[in-house]
Design a protein around this ligand. Structure first.
Ligand SMILES: [Fe+2]
Length: 527
């Protein structure tokens, strides 16, 4: 049957629906201050000469139209053929009747038994996902007949840690599908299997730098899958409008979005505003009720989830309030995962394009988040905002200005490199233990650079370099590599918990060690 399907060219165009029906008609949880234009935190970020106007952004979008990622041939629809297609007003390729996919598909909110697939069409249609073990055997399907331009389909009843292929379309036609339309469900919570995490920060400036960082990570990864993709905020410059998200995020990352579940955090440039189809909270489907593990937060502004033996916590320093701290305290107290990784936008320690000694939000994050996180056994904290790469020693208890850093707060002042002074060591493995040390990273250079003094004494490494962070967790070992825009590993560090050599969580020795980072990645080289 599939051989009769015609190739169908799709380009993620810039046509935006006037309305967002269904789920999107209901306002997403609005954090305090949402819609405000006079936020002090909009300091910034945009070094002189680096800010683009909306018009310039639109120019950039126009330049990117026709990028190869969305011009690939697709498994074609029965009802929408590529013959007779024509260029739409924005350069997107339209099928007959003008129906085209203008965003996605993209994957959200995965669990061991479910995943959410979203996409957008130029015209209201029904929704259907067909899925199964291979592109040629999409034996299962889910259909929603209500017509919409915004399509959000949650697939449930899936098997854990299992790869599924899928296609998307209307109730009667396939709009997109093929070999790279596939996802893998999360493994059982607490299970001990190698996990690859990709972190990008301040990635929302479309252009060559963004593409080089993206392509360098793709080359570094090779055929290895990415399990968890974290966005560290400022995901679309300058103000996170729908067109800016299209040009700065959905279009340049279209290929990865269809196969890797993305878990975002909100940056100061991801501005919230009233109305549907306007902001971060409309673009992403995030857990509010502990759907993917962790404690229910009741809001998309901050949340947690579990993946294998890692507990992830997403915060928002710009909206920091007592309720968030209460939730964070409860969430960390409730987890018994082996690893805790926290992420948000504003870093507690930075001397890059932002100075954590002079920035109120960064200071607040340091003073209020870090004592709770460290008491809860956090291992790794990842932020963006400063457009550089900065990475700390193994720290505990540093909640003041950089001048207040004392020797006792640096639990290990080695470089953390496996081939240097060795991994950072934490005594306890098997549950979060308080105050055994954490590494803090700033990965804010995934599409732009900002310079700065880059001399914060908490950091072991500070680089004015474009790049992204690859993190591998396997058993009691975490290893991270900063991959710059030329594919070089410009920094590497590791954390080992408990005894080494590795034992898995259920006591079988050696399994985790056998699946160490790199064992399944083939061809990774450090240059
Ligand atoms: Fe920022």
């Amino acid at each position: 049957m599939r051989t009769s399907l015609l190739a169908f060219m799709l380009i993620a165009g810039l046509i935006l629906p006037a309305q967002r029906p269904g789920r999107f008609g209901a306002a997403a949880p609005a954090p305090p201050g949402a819609g405000s234009d006079d936020d002090d935190s909009w300091d910034d970020d945009d070094e002189v000469g680096d800010r683009q106007s909306d018009d310039e952004d639109r120019d950039a979008e126009d330049e990117e139209k026709g990028d190869d990622e969305d011009g690939q041939a697709r498994t074609g629809p029965r009802g929408v053929e590529n013959r007779g297609e024509s260029l739409g007003p924005k350069g997107g390729v339209q099928g007959r009747g003008g129906l085209e996919i203008t965003r996605g598909p993209y994957l959200q909110l995965s669990t061991p038994a479910s995943v959410t697939i979203r996409w957008r069409t130029s015209q209201p249609t029904s929704s259907r996902v067909q899925y199964g073990g291979s592109p040629d055997r999409l034996e299962l399907q889910k259909t929603e007949m209500a017509a919409s331009t915004e399509h959000e389909m949650q697939l449930t009843g899936l098997s854990p840690d299992t790869r599924y292929s899928y296609s998307i379309g209307t109730s009667s036609s396939v709009l997109a599908g093929g070999p790279d339309y596939a996802f893998r469900t999360a493994p059982p919570v607490g299970s001990n299997r190698a996990v690859r995490i990709w972190m990008i920060g301040d990635s929302g400036r479309s252009g060559e730098a963004q593409q080089r960082v993206r392509d360098a990570y793709d080359a570094y990864s090779g055929a290895a899958s990415t399990d968890v993709w974290l966005l560290l905020g400022d995901n679309a410059y300058d103000t996170g409008t729908a067109p800016q998200y299209q040009a700065g995020f959905f279009q340049p990352y279209a290929t990865r979005l269809r196969s890797t579940v993305v878990w975002p955090s909100r940056g100061n440039h991801d501005q919230t505003r009233a109305g549907p189809d306007n902001d971060y909270y409309d673009f992403f489907a995030l857990p509010t009720a502990g759907e993917a593990g962790g404690t229910a937060s009741g809001t998309e502004a901050y949340y947690s989830f579990d993946f294998a033996n890692v507990h992830f916590v997403c915060l928002d320093a710009e909206r920091l309030d007592g309720r968030m701290i209460e939730w964070l305290t409860a969430d960390l107290a409730a987890t018994d995962q082996d690893w805790v990784i926290a992420y948000w936008h504003h870093p507690p320690y930075s001397k890059g394009s932002h100075d954590s000694d002079g920035d109120g939000i960064m200071t607040q994050a340091r003073r209020r988040f870090l004592p709770v996180l460290e008491a809860g056994g956090v291992d790794l904290v990842a932020c963006g905002h400063s457009h550089a790469y900065e990475r700390s020693f193994l720290l505990d208890g540093h909640y003041g200005s950089s001048a207040s850093l004392s020797r006792s707060m640096i639990l290990d002042r080695g470089d953390g490199r496996p081939d240097g002074s060795g991994p950072y060591r934490k005594p306890t493995f098997g549950r979060p233990a308080p105050h055994e040390g954490a590494v803090y990273v700033v990965v804010g250079s995934s599409s732009k650079l900002g310079g700065g003094r880059l001399d914060h004494p908490a950091h072991a490494r500070s680089l004015n370099a474009l790049g992204s962070l690859a993190v591998d967790v396997s058993g009691n070992r975490l290893e991270a590599a900063f991959v710059d825009d030329r594919g070089r590993v410009a920094d590497r560090f590791a954390i080992v918990k408990g005894k080494d050599p590795v034992s898995s969580v259920d006591g079988r020795p050696g399994e985790a060690d056998a699946r160490r980072p790199g064992a399944n990645t083939g061809g990774r080289t450090e240059r």
